[in-house]
Ligand binder design. Structure first.
Ligand code: HEC
Length: 186
């Protein structure tokens, strides 16, 4: 056999093998267990489960980890009750809590309320949102409790942040807001 023939046969073989490939179907799997998990995949269709999906709603009255039910309702009376609450966080950890609270504040609140809590955040300066108060606004009598309450439920054009932060984090931010208020009223 001359080498041209050999090359021809080899080329033919390659074409033969490659042409069997069908990109619209999965290829042969040698060890399917390596690819297909025995457990259910997230959001997989499962006929016998409620909703026919792997993902289910939590049982009624279940509480996410790190999140405590909040006792006061989103009413004027609820807010007045909240006004009297003090922070449950350890006062010996004040420094750490303020540090963490400050970080969270800068992420979630500063854009509207401004770095010092004067109500002059970037969105206010650009006139994208109106009516953001200073924490020192005497008429509002902002306390650590009403701040927690406001983060929990939101207030008019301010949304709730209860789904972004856990209970401890909401208190940390509230303590930080109180520190800003103190500095503003110095
Ligand atoms: C989208 C802009 C925006 C963001 C972000 C925002 N706020 Fe507000 N906030 C407002 C506005 C507007 C008001 C005034 C609402 C009203 O009185 O109608 C307000 C009011 C408040 C008040 C006063 C409530 C009272 O009792 O009168 C507090 C305290 C407060 N915000 C804290 C926070 C904290 C803490 C965060 C971050 C977790 C935050 N806000 C994020 C817009 C915002």
């Amino acid at each position: 056999m001359n080498s041209l023939k050999k090359i021809g046969i080899l080329l033919g073989l390659v074409v033969f093998v490659v042409s069997c490939q069908d990109k619209s179907k999965p290829n042969y799997q040698y060890m399917p267990n390596m690819y297909e998990p025995v457990g259910y995949e997230t959001y997989e269709k499962v006929d016998f489960l409620p909703g026919q999906m792997e993902a289910m709603l939590p049982v009624e009255n279940s509480i996410p980890r790190g999140w405590m039910p909040y006792q006061y309702e989103n009413t004027i009376e609820g807010k007045e009750m909240a006004r009297l609450m003090s922070s449950p966080l350890d006062s010996l950890q004040k420094e750490e809590n303020l540090l963490k609270g400050g970080e969270l504040y800068n992420i979630y609140c500063m854009i509207c309320h401004g770095p010092q809590g004067k109500g002059q955040g970037t969105l206010v300066k650009r006139e994208k949102i109106l009516g953001v108060p200073s924490y020192a606004d005497a008429a509002r009598n902002v306390t650590v409790g009403t701040t927690f309450h406001t983060i929990q439920y939101g207030l008019n054009s301010m949304g709730s942040y209860a789904s972004q932060m856990n209970t401890e984090e909401m208190w940390q931010v509230s303590e930080y807001v109180m520190k800003l208020k103190q500095d503003l009223t110095k």
